[in-house]
Design a protein around this ligand. Structure first.
Ligand SMILES: CC(C)(COP(=O)(O)OP(=O)(O)OC[C@H]1O[C@@H](n2cnc3c(N)ncnc32)[C@H](O)[C@@H]1OP(=O)(O)O)[C@@H](O)C(=O)NCCC(=O)NCCS
Length: 165
C-alpha cells in the first residue's frame, strides 16, 4: 500500500523528504484557494508530521504524486476525517497548477477510490469540497460519488459527496 501507479502518475507514501515540494504547493494562492488559504511553511511542516503519523497509525494516508519522469505533480490520499463527530474516510487531491486540466485528478480519484473500497474494504468514502470548487466537484461526480448534503466546515460552505462500496 506504500505506493501505486496510474497510467500517467506514480504515488509514493509521504515522508520527510517531501517537505520542500509540499511547502511550495501550499504557498500557491490558486492551489490553496479552496484548501483553507495559503499556508506558511511552518503550517505545512505540522501538516507533514500529522499526515506521517496518520500513516503510522492506520497504514494508509497521503501520497506524493509524480509524473513518470519523476517531476513532483501534487499530493493526494485517503484518510480519516471527523465530520460532525462521525469518523469518515475521505479521498483528497491537489495538483500543481501546470498539471490542471489534463484529467489527472480524475485518474487519481479513481485509483484512490479503488484503494479505499476494494483494498481497504471500507463501506464508503466521502469527498468534502468547497461548494464553489466546480472542478473538484466534477472530479468526484465523474468517479461516481453522489452529492449527499451541504455543510459548514471551519466557516466555509462545503458539499459532501459519498460513494458506497
Ligand atoms: C481540483 C483539481 C484537483 C482538478 O484537477 P484536474 O486534474 O484539473 O481535474 P480533471 O482534469 O481530472 O477534471 C476536472 C473537471 O472539472 C471541469 N472543470 C474544471 N474547471 C471547471 C470550471 N471552472 N467549471 C466547470 N467545470 C470545470 C473540467 O472540465 C473537468 O471535467 P470534464 O472532464 O468533464 O471536462 C485541481 O484544479 C487542483 O489541484 N486544485 C487545487 C486543489 C484543490 O482544490 N483540490 C481539491 C480540494 S477538495
Amino acid at each position: 500500500m506504500d505506493h501505486f501507479s496510474t497510467t500517467r502518475l506514480t504515488a509514493e507514501r509521504l515522508n520527510e523528504s517531501h517537505l520542500v515540494d509540499l511547502v511550495a504547493l501550499h504557498l500557491d494562492a490558486e492551489v490553496s484557494r479552496y484548501l483553507g488559504g495559503v499556508r506558511p511553511a511552518e503550517t505545512t511542516k505540522t501538516y507533514l508530521a500529522t499526515n506521517i503519523a496518520h500513516w503510522d497509525q492506520h497504514g494508509f494516508g497521503l501520497f506524493v504524486l509524480r509524473t513518470k519522469d519523476g517531476a513532483f505533480a501534487g499530493r493526494a490520499g485517503v484518510r480519516h476525517l471527523l465530520v460532525d463527530d462521525v469518523d469518515e474516510i475521505e479521498i483528497f487531491y491537489a495538483f500543481k497548477r501546470e498539471f490542471w486540466g489534463q484529467g489527472l485528478a480524475s485518474e487519481i480519484a479513481d485509483a484512490l477510490t479503488e484503494i479505499g473500497l476494494s483494498k481497504l474494504e471500507l463501506p464508503s468514502l466521502i469527498g468534502v469540497v468547497y461548494a464553489g470548487n466546480v472542478a473538484s466537484r466534477r472530479v468526484l461526480e465523474k468517479s461516481d460519488y453522489l452529492l449527499e448534503r451541504n455543510a459548514i466546515r471551519h466557516g466555509n460552505d462545503v458539499v459532501i459527496y459519498r460513494k458506497q462500496r
